[in-house]
Design a protein around this ligand. Structure first.
Ligand SMILES: CCCCCCCCCCCCCCCCCCCCCCC/C=C/C(=O)SCCNC(=O)CCNC(=O)[C@H](O)C(C)(C)COP(=O)(O)OP(=O)(O)OC[C@H]1O[C@@H](n2cnc3c(N)ncnc32)[C@H](O)[C@@H]1OP(=O)(O)O
Ligand code: FAD
Length: 676
């Protein structure tokens, strides 16, 4: 029997073009997977889980999803997630979030499902903001999936500016209840995933009002539907918001309250409280109620990195079996992966996927440290992590969107077909630019932090700068890029520092000229977001270097060094104008960076397929599975693309009949009429 994952993933019967690629690899893909996923155990568990899932037919799509209506998609995603629920205890360690995430993405893919938000946005705020008593009451039920929940914060009229949320939770002294109310159409909750038709509970974010004083956004546990009939409770209006760009297997919804009462104990009160007499007990940090958002953002680098990696796996494998045009040898057309332009399209994005995943591991760990500190009352790390994750979520989502789109174009016409699966990945991933804080808004949050840091440095207090921004006070010393990665970091530090200082000085000048602070901020906003992006890209580069430095296996270290060098040169080239502008970079250095970049592409070429194989996405996960060969097919591990594309097309509902009603009703009469 052929094993699912071999050293270089060579299997009998594969397309020989892919086999040839796998033979040229200089490293072991299993070992690389250990580096990607953080440990031998995690990488092995993923393979075991993929293998187990592939043997359970009911966990595969029963129909090609692109051919389904919205109702059918929701039915199918719900069928799969509930079937999965039955198998879960046997397949994964139920306390291991990584395993749970992996198995869900295997089975559900990118289309969404009614439980996706339950585990990522309903349970976490309950854990973070709920007291022990509240955990006792709801957490076990939620974890056992006796109840289904969502996170209802955004409203029709407000998403970014949550201080202005209009849904109110007014404390009634006489009944010791909160009265939830939606005063206007704009105040309807709008967007929460799985709210529309599936959830019976929601963590609702509403402005807390006590004795006519507004205490800002707070989190409340609210039952919205009857647990037996699933009908909305009296006083609640709830429904689906309609089809979206993607993620249509999930029911994002709206929610309105008509003076709906909940007990005082439903305010999630681990860190703040309203006492019986209406006394408000403040949390240890003003923005404590936003902590759940830091958690989600801290996971986005790794998440988006794997989204992009899936699109790249599809595009790189396909590029190795797609032959078109000639190079030197005119007797055989070349693999399109041999074109430098194709490599330039795909390889820097592979490097970014690795970089985002490595960076993601660090931010997830940082969040876990923050969480432990918060539990013991120390909130001093919140500001730093809020700034860092605000920048990272914005940069990685944008660059992931770019990378996936390049992957699509790299597949030519077939990339545009839903058979590639890339449009589904793109539609889901690109939502990340908006959800969990619109990117510009979040870049401006990081900019606040950078401006404050520059001000500290300007006031001669560099010692007060945290390690993340210490470079803002470093002197400018020219660097020789030939000396290696540290010189690239120094060059990037100079660029980032200069932009932060320029933006801050411009902001100060505006205010000195009499413009109000808010107006001055707005007039500098583009420059400020540029500073945030540069700072974040520098941070990502540094995490990449740290990770490569820590690797012991020589063959893995060598290929990752090639990938890291590609990343360094690509990133620096992309922002070179900032350093050319003040003469910190010479045109000779610019030429050096370009040459290094092209030589990195050549070095990576023989390892390209194995670099994406190392993510070890199963065919099921890429919707290119053998069990159901009718589904999306471009990223198949075995590379047999064309015959499966043909099968896919034949399965289109349009092809189930030779003459469509559109022809009999309209085209035929038109043609007949024309003959008269
Ligand atoms: C066993 C089984 C287990 C199963 C597990 C199953 C897993 C299932 C997985 C399924 C896998 C399937 C795979 C497919 C993958 C599909 C994935 C796609 C999923 C899509 C899901 C989308 C979910 C989306 C959810 C949301 O979007 S929720 C809503 C998010 N909303 C926002 O983010 C709003 C953004 N706005 C804000 O955060 C704030 O308004 C603001 C921060 C912008 C401003 O706030 P505010 O006005 O209050 O503050 P100021 O600007 O005035 O600043 C004042 C100071 O406060 C500081 N500040 C602000 N925020 C914070 C903070 N969070 N922490 C600390 N400090 C903060 C500022 O920095 C200011 O400080 P200063 O004054 O010193 O400068
Ligand atoms: C797929 C998806 C899933 C979602 N899931 C959930 C969920 O489960 N729960 C939930 O509560 N919400 C959810 N949301 C909502 C999401 O969190 C918000 O849409 C997001 O926070 C952006 O807010 P907004 O829609 O108000 O955008 P807006 O703020 O209206 O953005 C519009 C434009 O205005 C600009 N802008 C706004 N404010 C500023 C500013 N201060 N400075 C400069 N520019 C500004 C933005 O940059 C943007 O260009 C989801 C959204 C999506 C797309």
């Amino acid at each position: 029997m052929t094993m699912v994952f071999l050293n270089k993933e060579i299997r009998d019967g594969d397309n020989p073009d892919l086999t040839e690629e796998r033979k040229t690899a200089t490293f072991d893909t299993n070992k690389m997977a250990e580096v990607i996923y953080g440990s031998e155990k995690l990488a092995r568990r993923r393979r075991e889980i993929s293998q187990a899932v592939s043997l359970i037919p009911e966990l595969a799509d029963s129909k090609p999803l692109p051919f389904l209506s919205r109702n059918e998609k929701i039915l199918e995603s719900t069928r799969k997630v509930t079937a999965l629920n039955e198998h879960l205890p046997r397949l994964i360690n139920m306390n291991d979030e990584d395993e749970a995430w992996h198995i869900h993405s295997e089975v559900i893919g990118f289309e969404g499902n009614p439980l996706a938000l339950h585990h990522s946005l309903f349970i976490p705020p309950l854990v973070i903001q709920g007291s022990d008593e509240q955990h006792e009451k709801w957490l076990g039920r939620a974890k056992r999936r006796e109840i289904i929940g969502c996170y209802a914060q955004t409203e029709l009229g407000h998403g970014s500016n949550i201080r202005k949320l209009e849904t109110t939770a007014t404390y009634s002294l006489s009944t010791q209840e909160f009265i939830l109310h939606t005063p206007t159409i704009n105040a309807l909750k709008w967007w929460p995933g799985a709210l529309g038709k599936s959830s019976n509970h929601a963590v609702v974010v509403a402005s807390l009002i006590i004795k006519e004083q507004n205490y800002g956004p707070h989190l409340f546990m609210v039952q919205i539907r009857d647990e037996q009939s699933h009908e909305p409770l009296p006083g609640i209006a709830v429904g689906d918001i309609g089809p979206k760009m993607a993620f249509n297997g999930a029911d994002n919804g709206f929610l309105g309250f008509n003076n709906f009462r909940i007990p005082r104990g439903n305010l999630l009160n681990r860190h703040c409280n309203v006492e019986v007499d209406g006394t408000y007990v403040r949390p240890p940090h003003d923005k404590m109620n936003y902590a759940g958002m830091i958690r989600v953002r801290s996971r986005m680098a790794a998440e988006q990195g794997t989204f992009m990696a899936q699109a790249l796996t599809i595009a790189v494998r396909y590029s190795a079996v797609r032959r078109q045009g000639f190079l030197e040898n005119k007797s055989q057309e070349v693999k399109v992966l041999d074109y430098q332009t194709q490599q330039h399209r795909l390889f820097p994005a592979i490097a970014r996927s690795y970089a985002f995943i490595f960076c993601g591991f660090e931010t997830i760990q940082k969040y876990e440290t923050l969480q432990n500190e918060m539990n013991s009352g120390n909130v001093s790390l919140m500001a730093d992590l809020h700034a860092l994750t605000s920048g990272i979520k914005s940069v990685v989502t944008y660059q992931t969107g770019e990378g996936i789109e390049q992957a699509r174009m790299a597949c030519g016409g077939h990339g545009y077909s839903m058979a590639s699966y890339i449009s589904e990945i793109y539609g889901c991933a690109i939502g990340g630019c908006t959800y969990e804080g619109e990117n510009m808004v979040m870049l401006l949050q990081l900019a606040r932090y950078l401006v404050k840091s520059v001000e500290l440095a300007m006031r001669g207090k560099p010692g007060d700068l945290g390690p993340m921004v210490a470079y803002l006070a470093y002197p400018d010393i020219k660097v020789d890029l030939v000396t290696g990665p540290e010189a690239y970091v120094k060059m990037f530090q100079h660029i980032s520092k200069r932009q932060s200082i320029k933006a801050t000085e411009k902001f100060h000048r505006k205010m000195e000229s009499g413009v109000s602070r808010d107006e001055a901020w707005n007039q500098c906003a583009v420059e400020l977001t540029r500073a945030s992006r540069l700072h974040t890209r520098l941070y990502i580069i540094e995490t990449f270097i740290r990770r490569v430095d820590s690797i012991e296996d020589l063959s893995i270290k060598m290929v990752l060094t090639d990938l890291m060098n590609l990343h360094l040169n690509y990133e620096l080239l992309d922002v070179a104008s900032y350093a050319l502008e003040d003469g910190f970079m010479s045109s000779t250095q610019m030429g050096f960076i370009k040459n290094q970049l092209y030589s990195s592409l050549e070095k990576i070429r023989p390892n390209a397929v194995s670099l994406v194989d190392s993510f070890q996405f199963s065919d099921l996960q890429l919707r290119s599975n053998l069990l159901n060969f009718l589904f999306q097919v471009l990223g198949r591990r075995d590379g047999h693309v064309y015959q499966n594309l043909f099968e896919w097309a034949k399965s289109s509902p349009l092809n189930q009949t030779e003459v469509l009603p559109s022809v009999t009703q309209y085209l035929k009469p038109m043609m007949e009429k024309a003959k008269l």
